[in-house]
Design a protein around this ligand. Structure first.
Ligand code: SF4
Length: 299
C-alpha cells in the first residue's frame, strides 16, 4: 500500500532543454510561453520543424508524483516511487510520515509490559523484522533489548550493504555489545540517522529506531514468517526473560545498592550500564546472542 501522502499530477518538461525540469501542468497552462503561440520566441525552439504550431512541439507531458507532507514540493517520475519507500508499506518508516501522523509505536504497552507490535516477526535474540507488503523490509531491536541497553553512546553498522546477517555494535558507557539478526538478508542501507540520534534506537525501537532496510523475495518472506516468532510468542518470551533477569539480579549479580529492578516488575532501563562490565557482557550474551552462539558461549 502506498503512503497516504503521495499524490499524482501531470507535469510538463522540455525535450530541447539541457536540464530536465518538471513543471506542474496546471501552472504552465495558465502562465507559460511553451503552451502559447509565443513559444517560437524561445531560443531552445530554433530546431522545431513547424513554427506555426499553437504550442511548442518540444513540450512533453508526463505523470509525476510528489509528497504532499513535505515543506518543499519535489516531483518524481511516476515509476520511481514504486521502487521506494513512498510507494510501498515501507512508508511507515519514513521520518516525515512518522512526524506528521505521530505514528511511533511505544516500547511499553498500555499496561506497562514490553510491547511486541502484532504486524512484526521476532527472533529469539530480540530483533524484529517487518516483512509485510512487497516493498523494502525493515529490521530493528525489540523492547527487551532496547530497555536492557538504555541510552546508547554510539552505533556501528557492521554490515552496511549486501547479503549478510544484519549486525550492529552498540557502545554503552565504553562497552561494545554486538547484536546479530539470525538470518541472511539482502541489505540495502542502514538507518544512518541513528548516528546523530542514537536515542531513537531505544526510545522508539519499532519506528524511528529501525536499524536496517533490505529487500527480500516473496519466497524469503514466506520462509521467515514460518521460522520467526509471531508477536504473541515474542511478548511471552520477553515477559519470561524479564522474570529470569529479575531472578538473576536478585540471586547472582553484584548489586552494590544500585536500583536494578524498576517498579512494576520490569528490570531497570539501561540495566547493562548499571552492572560491572564483565557481568553486563555475561547478561548480554545469555539473553541476546543468536541461539547457536548462546550454546557455544555456555560450553
Ligand atoms: S516522503 Fe514520506 S511522507 Fe512523503 S510520500 Fe514519501 S513516505 Fe510518505
Amino acid at each position: 500500500m502506498p503512503c497516504p501522502f503521495i499524490r499524482e499530477t501531470s507535469a510538463l518538461s522540455c525535450r530541447a532543454a539541457g536540464i530536465r525540469k518538471l513543471i506542474p501542468g496546471q501552472a504552465l497552462a495558465s502562465a507559460g510561453r511553451c503552451s502559447s503561440p509565443d513559444w517560437s520566441d524561445c531560443p531552445y525552439s530554433n530546431s522545431a520543424p513547424d513554427h506555426a504550431a499553437p504550442s511548442c512541439p518540444f513540450m512533453e507531458e508526463s505523470l509525476v508524483q510528489f509528497c504532499s507532507a513535505a515543506p518543499v514540493t519535489r516531483f518524481i517520475p511516476y515509476s520511481e516511487p514504486l521502487l521506494s519507500r513512498c510507494g510501498s508499506d515501507a512508508y511507515r518508516y519514513c521520518d516525515l510520515y512518522l512526524d506528521v501522523v505521530s505514528a511511533s509505536r511505544p516500547a511499553l504497552n498500555h499496561s506497562g509490559a514490553l510491547h511486541a507490535p502484532h504486524d512484526l516477526l521476532f527472533t529469539s535474540n530480540h530483533w524484529w523484522l517487518d516483512a509485510t507488503g512487497d516493498g523494502p523490509c525493515h529490521l530493528g531491536i525489540d523492547a527487551f533489548l532496547a530497555r536492557l541497553l538504555g541510552p546508547i553512546d554510539h552505533i556501528t553498522f557492521a554490515t552496511p550493504h549486501g547479503i549478510a546477517r544484519p549486525t550492529a555494535i552498540f557502545t554503552v558507557r565504553g562497552t561494545d555489545y554486538t547484536a546479530t539478526f539470525s538470518e541472511l538478508i539482502p541489505i540495502d542501507q542502514p538507518n544512518l540517522r541513528l548516528r546523530n540520534h542514537p536515542a531513537r534506537l531505544t526510545e522508539d525501537p519499532y519506528s524511528l529506531g529501525w536499524l536496517y532496510e533490505g529487500m527480500i523475495t516473496a519466497e524469503q518472506r514466506r520462509r521467515l514468517r514460518e521460522s520467526l516468532l509471531d508477536s504473541s510468542s515474542a511478548a511471552q518470551r520477553m515477559e519470561h526473560q524479564s522474570t529470569l533477569l529479575n531472578q538473576r539480579i536478585q540471586s547472582h549479580l553484584s548489586l552494590d545498592g544500585a536500583p536494578l529492578a524498576a517498579d512494576g516488575g520490569l528490570f531497570a532501563p539501561g540495566l547493562l550500564s548499571l552492572l560491572p562490565r564483565e557481568e553486563s557482557l555475561v547478561v548480554f550474551n545469555e539473553f541476546c546472542l543468536p541461539a547457536g552462539r548462546q550454546e557455544r558461549s555456555r560450553s
